[in-house]
Design a binder for this molecule. Structure first.
Ligand code: FAD
Length: 402
């Protein structure tokens, strides 16, 4: 088998932390068995089980995963390796916060059960460890009790960043919060968007299974002319206009609140053959002006910026040595890939984030420099000591120069 090795889940990471050019990927999706679900909500399953399969099992029983990302097609191993976050970070922190135990197999064949007490350094390195500490075989996750299989959703329009921050100040009273932002607006309307807040609640017709394929699928790569600043601006204006002027509450499906993109199979093809990049950063809240600067640079450029997502992360400490989430404001922007101009803009944005002590999310990256990585993740050398000597990834070789 070629080396180095790297585990692989559903392949939903946007960048190269899930890739291993010239090495071998270990497909972990065959580790797909549930092991135990206790009355106390402690779930043990193999690492290739998807979040969709878990939700289908536990939500009808009154439980929910404590943290879910923007897609249900993520394995437990992938969720741990990127220490993923969701719309309730301000409330429950990251996915890894709720992992009580896991078993790792190293390339030497040694199997190690890791917890906060047993092999704690390896445990902390594996959470958010980008698959580089070994193959996770199974994990134990503490689920949370929920009021029902649906979501009570509130939508609030905001005109710009200051209004966003005023609404975000109320986050503590809401289980889930996230905002959609128009990244093409400038001037007075810079950063305008729609704030979504939600809480678990009843859904009249029960639970609709998630582990099924989407009904609509993008059949081929769209022509590159389809998504441009004009069409996206029009789409954004429509989206903004559709949100009610006054705060409004409605009951929605679990899937449409958490996983709107999953409704469209192969949605990435809308960006055409050259594809897109997603840029996600976090900056300390005191440096909120950095978010304004990033939005100004994106909207003032000629880049085709699609969906933007803005959220306040809470203060709960992430358990992983390399975990991305930290207190502050996180912004994620999709940009059609137009070659050097796009990459040049992202390099500029890295500079803004570095200056204020923020970080860029490795799960969404395929281009950050080693210098930026070391500034964003100062504990990288501590992490490197826990790596499996025969594991590596394209991302790791790029940022570590090894
Ligand atoms: C539409 C969409 C929305 C998203 N929304 C969010 C979001 O809201 N929040 C967020 O944090 N992320 C989000 N993501 C990113 C996604 O959650 C992460 O990239 C996640 O890690 C993908 O899991 P995967 O199973 O596809 O793993 P892969 O992408 O295949 O791999 C991810 C990493 O996990 C490692 N890995 C996989 N299996 C194992 C294993 N068994 N043992 C050890 N390591 C393993 C791999 O080596 C790799 O480093 C989103 C992605 C998409 C496409």
């Amino acid at each position: 088998m070629p080396e180095p090795l790297l585990p692989s889940g559903c392949g939903r990471s946007y960048g190269d932390s899930g890739l291993n050019a010239d090495g071998a990927l270990i497909d972990a999706t065959g580790l797909d068995r549930f092991i135990e679900l206790g009355d106390d909500g402690l779930l043990r399953c193999e690492a290739g089980v998807t979040l969709a399969e878990i939700l289908d099992l536990v939500v009808p029983r009154g439980w929910c995963l404590p943290v879910v990302p923007g897609t249900r097609w993520v394995t437990v191993g992938g969720a741990i390796a990127n220490d993923i976050h969701g719309k309730n970070h301000h409330h429950l922190g990251t996915f890894g916060t709720h992992v009580t135990r896991l078993e790792l197999v190293r390339s030497s064949g040694e199997r190690m059960v890791c917890t906060a007490e047993a092999n704690p350094e390896l445990f902390a390195a594996t959470i958010g460890g980008l698959g580089l500490t070994g193959l996770i075989l199974w994990a134990e996750i503490r689920l949370q009790r929920v009021a029902g299989p649906g979501i009570e959703e509130e939508r609030i329009r905001f005109e710009g960043l200051d209004q966003f921050l005023a609404i975000a100040a109320e986050d503590a009273q809401h289980e889930y919060t996230v905002a959609w932002v128009d990244c093409l607006r400038r001037g007075r309307r810079l950063g305008r968007g729609v704030y979504f807040r939600g809480a678990h609640g009843a859904r009249p017709s029960g639970w609709r299974p998630l582990a099924v394929e989407p009904r609509v699928r993008v059949p081929c790569d769209a022509p590159s002319a389809l998504l441009n600043r004009l069409t996206i601006s029009a789409f954004n204006a429509l989206n903004y206009g559709r949100a009610p002027r006054k705060r409004s509450l409605r009951a929605v499906e679990f899937g449409s609140f958490f996983f709107p993109l999953d409704a469209i199979g192969d949605w990435n093809r809308l960006y055409g053959r050259r594809g897109f990049v997603q840029y996600q950063c976090v900056v300390p809240e005191a440096a909120r002006e950095a978010i304004r600067e990033i939005l100004e640079r994106v909207s003032g450029s000629r880049e085709v910026a699609g969906l933007g997502v803005l959220k306040r992360f809470g203060d709960r400490r992430s358990p992983g040595v390399l975990s991305f989430p930290r207190p502050g404001l996180t912004l994620a922007v999709d940009l059609a890939l137009r070659g050097r101009a796009t990459l040049g803009l992202l390099e500029e944005l890295d500079g803004v984030v570095r200056q204020v002590g923020g970080a860029v999310y490795p799960a969404k990256d395929a281009r950050m420099s080693g210098e930026s990585f070391r500034a964003f993740f100062p504990a990288w050398a501590t992490f490197a000591r826990q790596m499996d000597p025969r594991f590596s990834s394209s991302f790791w070789r790029r940022v570590s120069g090894s």
